[in-house]
Write a protein that binds this ligand. Sequence first.
Ligand code: HEM
Length: 166
Amino acid sequence: MPKIETLRKYPPLGSLFRRVTETYKSPEGAKLTRDMNLIIPIYAIHHDPDIYEDPETFNPDRFEPEEVRQRHRCSFLPFGDGPRNCIGLRFGLLQTKIGLVALLSRFVFEASSTTPRSIRFARKSFTLTPDGGLWLNKVCSLTAEGIKMQLPLGSNSKCNHQVCFK
Ligand code: HEM
């Protein structure tokens, strides 16, 4: 489940905001009083090594059902939780999947000299956004017959980029 692991490493919304409606004492002893404002740090939870071992490593196996069962249900919050969680959860996942399939079934991409090797986040963006964008080179395109052709299309030369034959 690579897209789920992507949402762990890069949750578009880094924090959730809540207001306490009833005074509550947590099992750990933290007291939350009515009208208190809370920030729930999604990004920090997703990168906590006590929850996700070696959190900077991209590892989709973390979302095998057996692994998920062993974690607290609030250790993964890209869509929030509770009665005000994201209403577009399924649509958002489906849309992302369709977008990826539409691109990857037609084109081959590779990193360019401007692709950042480690992502820095834009400071002025409310959502988690890579600073300066995330540039990739589109190197070849699939024809209707499934042949990878070098870009620009119409050049009629078959592609022999190493990346296309991996
Ligand atoms: C990958 C895509 C998306 C992500 C990561 C995302 C994330 C979130 C998060 C974190 C919240 C706050 C939840 C909370 O406070 O517990 C939220 C709320 C919301 N999202 Fe999304 N969202 C996504 C896509 C969408 C889409 C496609 C729609 C609509 C078609 C949508 C509509 C909403 C709405 C209306 C709320 C407010 C719900 C409420 O306050 O009751 N989202 N989203």
